[in-house]
Design a protein around this ligand. Structure first.
Ligand code: PLP
Length: 422
């Protein structure tokens, strides 16, 4: 996948960023070892700036939003609205009214399935996804298909983990109403050409949802440049708290979508005879939202902005190249997912050691990775494997983390008697 010169440079150059000191948890030992946290695809650690923003909210600004005439409520409302504007700028969405706060990517995708899809799709309509989707971008569409009679189509992925454009093109047809694709594969790190796929889908008359869960922390996302109709992401994968995320939705689609949950805050008027609903985005945010989470998300976006997404991307690319070279050098280790364009995720298998056993041994060395199917069981089935071990990088990782990973894998091979000389 990689140009050799870049590989050599990246594996010898010092890390571009040194940010671990901003993340308090990274200084705690795990199992008596220095923590090498390489499970960032699952969730990222939080910088002090985010922890403090949430704490400050509860200490100084806590009140429910949109409902109070008192000062604190108005203040909390202003902070919540400012957080929405911050997400709007982060995604370069045309309007803050196109940003709906959700619990995360999963809820955002379910919102689109139930509010956009359920009233519109009928038997025989098609939804096109890819073979590398996370379960969150599969199951909501399966449920929708059961409810409407629509049909789920799946574009193939090749052995390297790249989308097979020929099958994508072949499956995209006049019956396709929606294309839902991941921006970055959580299991393999593959970056998909979302702008190109969006243009193709639009030309076929379909609307497009992008699952950005694994993309937002690693690359600059511009929903207008991509041209997509919906973009979903989770705050906790972007250094923000859990339980908060967002959906970007094109205004002219959101305006015609009915509510998907009913309750307070999403209404204009309620009477037993007839209830009318608030405009987007409030229409989709029934009940008291995660106010502190939204404020934490805004703080995370500020932090990422201060570091700079271009620098983060370059740093993580250097980590990816270094890890690819170092792991590729271990006899008996196979990297799974060798797409040309990859984010900072390396999935791998080690001969004779089940990924779960490997994960447990690495943990005892202070190295936190993920092992299993990564909520991508169809992809694992396509690749003919039950799962992988996965190291996924964030801006605070450094070469010492990769060295610890390599040393721990060698130790596991020693324990299983499978170590072979290089
Ligand atoms: N999509 C992808 C590609 C993911 O990696 C994940 C989480 O790992 C999700 C969706 C679901 O995100 P969440 O559980 O935060 O809703």
């Amino acid at each position: 996948m990689n140009d050799l010169t870049a590989l050599a440079e990246a594996t010898t150059a010092p890390p571009l960023l040194e940010l671990a000191a901003d993340f308090p948890i990274l200084s705690r030992p795990v199992n008596g070892r220095r923590l090498a946290y390489l499970d960032n695809g699952a969730t990222t650690q939080k910088p002090d700036a985010v922890i403090e923003a949430e704490r400050r909210f509860y200490r100084e600004s806590n009140a429910n939003i949109h409902r109070g005439v008192h000062w604190l409520s108005q203040h909390a409302t202003e902070l919540y609205d400012a957080a929405r504007a911050s997400v709007q700028r982060f995604l370069n969405a045309p309007s803050a009214d196109e940003i709906v706060f959700t619990r995360g990517t999963t809820e955002a995708i379910n919102l689109v399935a139930q509010s956009w899809g359920r009233p519109r799709l009928t038997a025989g309509d098609e939804i096109l996804i890819t073979h590398m989707e996370h379960h969150s971008n599969i199951v909501p569409w399966q449920l929708l298909c059961e409810q409407t009679g629509a049909v789920l189509k799946v574009a193939a992925v090749d052995d390297k983990g790249e989308l097979d454009l020929a099958t994508f093109n072949a499956l995209l047809g006049e019956r396709t109403r929606l294309v839902a694709i991941t921006h970055v594969s959580n299991a393999l790190g593959t970056i998909t050409p979302v702008a190109e796929l969006t243009a193709k889908a639009h030309a076929a008359g379909a609307i497009v949802l992008i699952d950005g869960a694994q993309a937002v922390a690693h690359t600059k996302v511009d929903v207008q440049a991509i041209g997509c109709d919906f973009y979903a992401f989770s705050g906790h994968k972007l250094y923000a708290p859990t339980g908060i995320g967002a959906l970007y939705g094109r205004a002219r689609l959101l305006q015609h979508m009915p509510p998907w949950q009913g309750g307070g805050d999403m209404i204009r008027t309620v009477a037993f005879e007839r209830t009318t609903f608030a405009p987007p985005p409030q229409r989709f945010e029934a009940g008291t939202p995660n106010i502190a989470g939204a404020i934490g998300l805004a703080a995370a976006i500020d932090y990422v902005g201060r570091v700079g997404l271009e620098r983060i991307a370059a740093h993580e690319h250097a980590l990816l190249l270094r890890a690819t070279a170092a792991l590729g050098d271990i006899p008996g280790l196979r990297i799974v997912g060798t797409a040309r364009h990859k984010a900072g995720i390396v999935s791998f298998l080690v001969d004779g050691i089940h990924p779960h056993d490997l994960g447990t041994i690495l943990d005892s060395e202070g190295v936190a990775i993920r092992a299993g199917h990564h909520c991508a069981m169809p992809l694992m089935a396509r690749l003919g494997i039950p799962g992988t071990a996965r190291a996924s990088f964030a801006m605070y990782n450094d070469f010492a983390d990769i060295d610890a990973l390599v040393a721990a894998i060698r130790k596991a091979q020693d324990m299983f008697g499978t170590r072979r000389p290089r």
